[in-house]
Design a binder for this molecule. Structure first.
Ligand code: SF4
Length: 417
């Protein structure tokens, strides 16, 4: 019987799925609330693409089981990458879950709710920050990655579906929409992702659009030009490079080499307007030599477009090509990995300082995220730096602000309009 539900999220990348799950529950008469103690149903949307995420999800499962044990009539739904990656073998205490579904399985949820599949109502969310999925799955099969195993090969959503969801999000009050997919740049319907972003930007001039998860080999020419053409397409690209040594990139199966990365990032450095790039790298890849690591450091230090670098240690994930391929002695020692992570951290700090100096005194648009905080056009909400400002404006409001100070990735600003 419908009542109140709460949805918890293991990973911002899954937020688009959460919006679809919420829409299904609302269609069945459930009401979204914030406090789990008052809820009759809890949907846990989990992440599991690397071991730390698995551990975090297991912790959340423990808390959810405890929540249910305090009132047995409560309903518990486990969704997302964790059940998509590890199928229940009956030994893990998951019998207390009323439903277990994989990532994006709205069909399974609708079936359990007793609704026909055609009643999928699109998306629902209350936040001003929304994530719009352009595709599901990934066909790249990088040697270290579990995502293709969990989510399957890439399936592009149709332009019609994406535009319908965008319209709903705007109607529900979206201030910023992030376009997401495991390989967003590879979306190939109707002329490619830059056409889609151009259409959305024209249709909704008051909404900010931001692109996430662009595989370096799938960045189409003209993408950066969109940002100069449309003030509401953020001058920001999320481009995970993972490494820059040709040998390591080949072993990773990334499908590009150092020359392509240098050309791409030099183009970003030289773009007419400032362009902020967020990137990720993997440190301690099997067989990574000191020289190969230094090559990566040289790349990271050279490109002024880099605003944020996040480094992850390599983790041999069960089921991946690399898991079965590693030979004894190939993994750098934990001390070496720690030292390399901290060197990447130093490079990241240097970029924050450089960007801080460049942004100080500049007037930028800032979107309010909560009382006293927001994010600039150069920073993705929730993952990059926060902009501190004095304002009581509601979330989603865009203010003209002068940047007065910086510390690490965070900025301080005064509101001027
Ligand atoms: S492109 Fe990204 S999601 Fe796809 S296999 Fe490679 S790392 Fe995984």
């Amino acid at each position: 019987m419908p009542g109140a539900f709460v949805l918890t999220l293991g990973c911002p990348k899954n937020e688009a799925d959460s919006d679809s799950f919420q829409a299904c529950l609302r269609a069945a008469g459930w009401e979204l609330i914030d406090d789990p103690e008052d809820a009759d149903l809890l949907l846990l949307n989990t992440c599991a693409f690397i071991q730390p995420a698995v551990e975090e999800s297991m912790e959340a499962i423990g808390e959810a089981l405890d929540w249910k044990s305090r009132k047995r009539s409560r309903k518990l739904v486990l969704a997302g990458c964790l059940p998509g990656r590890f199928h229940d073998d009956g030994s893990g205490g998951l019998s207390d879950f009323d439903l277990i579904i994989g990532p994006a399985d709205t069909g399974g949820l609708l079936d359990w709710l007793g609704l026909p599949p055609e009643s999928v109502p699109g998306v629902y969310g209350r936040r001003h920050l929304r994530y719009l999925k352009v595709s599901e799955g990934c066909s790249n099969r990088c040697a270290y990655c579990t995502i293709p195993l969990i989510r399957g090969p890439r399936r592009d959503r149709s332009t019609g579906e994406i535009l319908r969801d965008a319209a709903m999000m705007v109607h529900q009050g979206a201030g910023e929409i992030g376009l997401v997919g495991q390989d967003t740049g590879a979306w190939s319907e109707d002329g490619g992702i830059h056409r889609l972003v151009g259409t959305l930007a024209e249709e909704y001039p008051d909404v900010w659009f931001r692109l996430y998860y662009l595989h370096p080999a799938h960045i189409v020419p003209g993408l950066a030009g969109l940002m100069t053409e449309h003030g509401n397409v953020m001058p920001y690209l999320d481009v995970p490079v993972q490494h820059c040594s040709d040998r390591i990139l080949k072993r990773m199966g990334r499908g590009y080499g150092r020359a392509l990365l240098e050309e791409l990032f030099t183009g970003f450095d030289d773009s007419v307007a400032d362009l902020a790039v967020r990137t990720t790298v993997i440190v301690g890849y099997p067989g990574e030599t000191e020289n190969e690591f230094l090559e990566l450091m040289g790349f990271l230090s050279r490109h002024r477009c880099i605003r944020t670098v996040a480094a992850f240690p390599f983790w041999p994930e069960e089921g991946t090509t690399e898991y079965f391929r590693i030979r004894p002695g190939e993994l750098p020692s934990p001390e070496t990995v720690q030292s390399r992570l901290s060197q990447v951290g130093d490079a990241a700090d240097a970029h924050y300082r450089d960007w801080g100096e460049r942004l100080e005194d500049r007037v930028l648009q800032v979107m309010v995220d909560s009382p006293g905080t927001g994010h600039t056009v150069f920073d993705a909400p929730l993952v990059d730096g926060t902009c501190f400002l004095e304002s009581d404006e509601p979330e989603g409001t865009v203010l003209e602000c002068r940047i007065t100070d910086y510390e690490g990735p965070d900025l301080t600003a005064e509101v001027i309009a």
